[in-house]
Design a protein around this ligand. Structure first.
Ligand SMILES: [Zn+2]
Length: 436
């Protein structure tokens, strides 16, 4: 990883403005060793920004004192955007469309397929929960023209995908065939659901130039189900948040690259016994957004650094990741207390065949509840294989119950929950403080 001095000037500029003009950072000021110190040292001395800080200080405390939010809203330069999620999670953000578009455009350069086909006015179909983006209409089905917005077409207006009917999914297939998107952007679980239907009914569907996964973690089962239908289309994962814009993009060689023009990323490794030093969490600082000063924002993403620091694609600006391992909310613990990421759990679950979906809930130290949606007729074998795999991961003393369901609905956020622990896991206890 190498950064030119120009990047460090930009980091310093963001930090200086945040500390001197943004009220939210006032308590951080006394921790700053001062501008004469190297930028990395100054960043390392700063605390971590969490959603609560933004919520408590919104709107005037999160803005530089010389920025006038009323003027920005009145002129249309910015809007207010509420993120979906649980009450604890939900915050209002200042949405700067121009900056967002520029951040997205820069991310396309990190993948050769995208940089070739994405022009900025290309057709894009979007298959996500309308709670995240798009138009909600749970009762009436909307005609195509009501679901068009500039170059985009929203394929889904229903908040609960478990209620998609055959006719509704036929409409999605028809929409794709008519609209012929260059890019299909999708929540992987939503696209996997459509692909299971397409496979069952043996339908033909238009093949876009690329499929970009957003909002959710794509599991091994999602990949298999989607690959069956879109056998030659590049499947690309894009990672970011409403607050931070586009942070990582998967390149054509399968690794993830930092969108360095628009963000600084600080990596904090876990302790060795919890997967460190290459596994850890990230803190994101966004660059060049006059309306948003986010410094060391904890996005909740757990990532694994590429050990060589390099990628065969040759891109070298910023962090290179070998995997994104899910989010903090997806972490579980083994019976003897070791952190388990969704990636690690999924590598076990992905070996089980004939599973449409799964969800794993850890209720306490050694109790795990696994929910499966499967069309297998050999459920006893399936149960046995699942328990054996999970005991290998969590410990022989793990108490695992397996229950079969006909379907699993997404959370209120619109995203599917694949794994979680029902007790708090404080990452501070797992970070390698010597290396931070
Ligand atoms: Zn690469």
């Amino acid at each position: 990883m190498g950064f030119s001095p120009e990047y460090y000037e930009r980091y310093a500029a963001v930090l200086n403005t945040a500390l001197s003009k943004v009220a939210m950072y006032r308590p951080w000021k006394s921790l700053d060793p001062g501008p004469e110190y190297p930028v990395d040292v100054r960043f390392a001395a700063m605390p971590v920004l969490i959603k609560k800080d933004i919520r408590d200080n919104f709107p005037h405390g999160v803005l530089p004192s010389d920025m006038d939010i009323e003027r920005g809203l009145a002129s249309g330069e910015i809007q207010l955007a509420e993120t979906s999620g649980t009450t604890d999670d939900r915050i209002t953000n200042i949405w700067d469309q121009k900056w967002w578009d520029a951040s997205e455009r820069a991310s396309w350069q990190l993948n050769s397929y995208m940089s070739e086909i994405a022009t900025g006015d290309h057709h894009e179909a979007i298959l996500v929960n309308p709670r995240n983006v798009g138009v909600i209409s749970d009762d009436a089905d909307l005609p195509m023209e009501k679901r068009r917005l500039s170059r985009f077409l929203y394929l889904n207006e229903k908040t609960d995908p478990t209620r998609w009917t055959s006719a509704y999914m036929d409409r999605m297939i028809q929409d794709l065939n008519i609209f012929q998107p260059v890019v299909l952007e999708a929540n992987p679980s939503y696209l996997a659901r459509l692909c299971r239907y397409i496979a069952d009914k043996n339908r033909a569907v238009f093949q876009p130039g690329a499929i970009v996964f957003t909002y959710e973690y794509p599991t091994i089962h999602h990949y298999h189900q989607i690959r069956r239908i879109f056998s030659k289309v590049p499947l690309i994962s894009s990672y970011g948040t409403t607050e931070t814009g586009y942070v990582f993009m998967q390149c054509e060689k399968g690794k993830w690259h930092q969108n360095s023009e628009f963000c600084r990323v600080d990596f904090q490794p876990f302790l060795k016994e919890h997967g460190g030093p290459f596994l850890g969490r990230i803190l994101v600082t966004i660059l060049d957004n006059p309306w948003n000063y986010l410094v060391r924002f904890a996005t909740g993403d757990i990532v694994r650094l590429e050990e060589t620091g390099k990628c065969p694609c040759g891109r070298s600006s910023g962090l290179v990741l070998s995997s994104i391992e899910g989010r903090k909310v997806n972490l579980t613990l083994t019976c003897d207390g070791r952190l388990v990421t969704l990636f690690e759990l999924d590598s076990i679950m992905g070996k089980l065949k004939d599973i449409d979906m799964y969800k794993l809930i850890q209720t306490d130290k050694n109790h795990y509840e696994l929910y499966l949606v499967s069309r297998s007729t050999m459920l006893e074998n399936m149960t046995e294989a699942a328990i054996m795999g999970l005991k290998k991961l969590y410990g022989q003393e793990a108490d695992i119950t397996v229950a079969y369901q006909s379907d699993i609905a997404p959370e209120n956020s619109g995203k599917y929950l694949v794994s979680e622990a029902l007790f708090p896991i404080d990452l501070d206890n797992y970070l390698d403080k010597q290396r931070i």
